[in-house]
Design a protein around this ligand. Structure first.
Ligand code: ADP
Ligand code: MG
Length: 301
């Protein structure tokens, strides 16, 4: 699978505030990633650094496997990290024409993207007549004009009413279905659960979890397992009826379950297949519960 972005031990200090304490994760093509964390956990700082609007203190990141420098790479990135800002007295179409002029994109893209964000019927309305949700959707259309490899959104549903939130989430899912990689920052667990395939959970500038959303929210929890022969263990686990997902993380396997399995039972199952475990930990509910405690807001959409 192609790697879009690799972040390695990134640190950021604003004066006395250590906003990022060495975060690492990877973004692979075609997935939808959520950076999930309460306010102040370092989400916007992370996005700012990879988009070259905030200076890092130390660590590194590389776009597209290091094949292009940041400036070249950012031409293949569509990002919305601030409140959408267009000319209020111009229509949506006129505003996007300006963006096309600046980025040297054919105007033919405008209708295609307005269709995608469901604003085609309002393309000739002035920007100032748009609701906040429509403004946000127009910003998404604008960011997509050059068919970027990855779309980056910072808290895309903040401040919207329930209907506006639902529309944005539907559109993000639609964009993901076309194969565009997405990275979004959110402080809402249910938002990440609903639209993302993968999550990076941040707390006070540290990564608490990286992996699939299923692994993060699985009710039956997940095992962390270590053995000398990981590929052999992976194969054996793939045949276990209660295992729904297996991921390699560092030198461990993270194994997500669809029904409860006792540690002793899993140990015996693997032993009978010739695998001796050197590490077995069952994490039950932990991340989701921890996260809910960390955040006070939870929407119902
Ligand atoms: P999030 O987007 O998750 O809410 P931020 O990345 O905005 O978090 O902030 C992370 C930490 O860095 C917070 O403690 C915040 O107060 C601090 N911070 C962010 N931007 C600045 C800045 N420009 N100057 C000083 N401190 C900042
Ligand atoms: Mg933020």
């Amino acid at each position: 699978m192609d790697t879009i972005l690799t972040i390695d031990n990134l640190q950021k200090r604003y004066g006395k505030v250590q906003a990022l304490k060495g975060i690492s994760f990877e973004i692979k093509k075609g997935n939808v990633y959520g950076i999930l964390g309460p306010n102040g956990s370092g989400k916007s700082t992370t996005l700012g650094i990879i988009l070259d609007v905030v200076n890092k203190t130390s660590g590194s990141y590389s776009w597209f496997g290091g094949t292009s420098n940041t400036q070249q790479a950012l031409k293949k990135v569509g990002a919305i990290i601030e409140r959408p800002n267009f000319y209020p007295y111009m229509t949506a179409y006129q505003n996007l024409k300006l963006v096309c002029d600046i980025k040297q994109i054919p105007y033919s893209k405008i209708d295609e993207k307005l269709q995608l964000v469901e604003l085609i019927e309002r393309k000739d309305s002035k920007f100032r007549t748009y609701s906040l949700g429509m403004k946000q959707r127009l910003a998404i259309a604008s960011a997509l004009l050059n068919d970027p490899e990855i779309l980056i959104l910072d808290e895309p549903t903040n401040g919207l009413d329930p209907q506006g939130i639902r529309q944005i989430r539907d559109i993000i899912r639609k964009i993901a279905a076309t194969g565009t990689t997405i990275l979004l920052a959110s402080h809402l667990l249910d938002e990440v659960e609903k639209v993302c395939t993968h999550a990076v959970v941040l707390r006070r500038g540290e990564v608490l979890y990286t992996g699939t959303v299923t692994g993060m929210t699985s009710n039956e929890g997940f095992f962390e397992l270590k053995a000398d022969n990981l590929p052999q263990m992976k194969e054996a686990l793939a045949n276990h009826p209660a295992v729904t997902n297996i991921e390699e993380k560092d030198d461990k396997l993270v194994v997500v379950l669809s029904q409860p399995v006792a540690g002793s039972e899993l140990n015996r199952y693997l032993f009978e297949k010739g695998i001796c475990l050197s590490h077995l930990v069952l994490q039950k509910h932990s991340l989701e519960e921890q996260f809910i405690q960390l955040t006070s807001t939870k929407t119902t959409n």
